[in-house]
Design a protein around this ligand. Sequence first.
Ligand code: HEM
Length: 456
Amino acid sequence: MTNVHPTEIIRLHGTTPDTGRDGLWDALRAHHGPVAPVELEPGVRAWLLLGYHENLAVLQNQHLFSRDTRRWREAGAGRVDPAAVRPTLSWRPNALYADGAEHVRLRSPIVDALARVDMNATARTVRRIADGLVDSFAARGSADLVSEYADPLPVLVVNSLYGLPDDYGYMLGDLTAVVLGEDAGRGEDAVARMHQYFSELVVRKRERPGADLVSWMLEHPAGLSDHEVAHQAALINNASHQATTHLIGNTMRTLLTDAGIRTAHTDALLPVHELLDHVMWTDAPCQILPARIALQDTRIGATGIRAGDALLIGFAAAHRDPAVRCERDGGTGVSSGRRAHLMFGAGPHACPARELSRMIAAIAVTALQERLAGLRLAVAPEELRWVPSPFVRGLRELPVDFTPCGPPTPPRGKPARPVRPAGPAGSGADPEAEGADAPEDDLLGRLLDWWRGLRP
Ligand code: HEM
């Protein structure tokens, strides 16, 4: 619980979420109704949406609420640098920050490329990657399920959908971690390297197209430029990474700390997809989603919103809204439909990879349960530490013990790599699609050489 009183303006940045802000959302709702004023930085105001229906309405109405953060009054007036309140409101030339026809133009190649992904082949790839990660720590009998498993897994999967061998995925994972991390100096260099990664990836795919997301976006009738495809490929990585990591982490934490849920799951009363929905209702990996900009003066509840104001989507608060939450079902949201949670967004920007994300998380959670006997937390539940972000709800580490098994492994730290059993070629989901013998003497290959040189 936080000590902030609801009548104060709640400052989001710099406040580390603890094991629960649930009490804060309830107190804010009781005091302000469905929308509350918050501070992103000292003096930088936004509105936090607390009501389920209000969140949904804002997500669905792009004519009143824009995703283009350059329309934010504070940014337009030069009073705040949107990049400084990252990741909240910085604009990038990708589908996530576009409205209307421009949004459709940038989003349709993503949606159509994802629709071409062979889900069966991808399921096998996810399991291969999950098993490879487990192999790297199985013999030790202990692991950090965040840094050694939930964190690398999504980026390795997305990397495989780009049609690249696993090593590129580990490099991308390292770069992504620095970009999303707190060291601004290192972050800048990593942003430049990430940009290089995606630009060179597009050059490679232009020269040697394959059955992969980037090649499919390049050949899409929307006719995106190479530069635009590089930005949409980067969006796919950025949009998928933390949410998937923390969905896996939060689900494992729930299983390890909640005996009732664990029993229901092992007794097959709570299948893995329902378990994921339960976690998305009660322990949403994204607590707050930035941001929508009001395009005209309007009202939400009793609150006047001015054109140019920023609104934050309050997933965690919405999921506790009495309008959809029923005490009878323990706040699982079952009464409003298991999948009625807002975790994948809604309206024109709704996540285009909903089923893929669910599949990745379900396989990741199942693989751990199948592989690791006697799995238990290595620390007391109250010692678990949370990522210091008001937007993300996820663990910094999830230390576990289990019965040692499998092959000998390197010491705790980076997982062994690469682990590449063969998969079906040409699926768009197989990291061997390019093959180990694919030429790596282009600029993307040299970037990989640079990264390998940094490795101990
Ligand atoms: C548990 C995992 C995931 C969750 C909870 C999640 C959630 C979301 C949400 C809430 C949005 C809407 C953002 C907004 O309205 O501002 C979104 C957008 C997006 N997601 Fe996901 N996502 C997940 C995984 C993925 C994965 C695995 C991919 C791709 C492989 C992906 C690709 C995207 C893209 C490209 C967008 C932007 C769509 C647009 O702006 O039109 N997401 N996601």
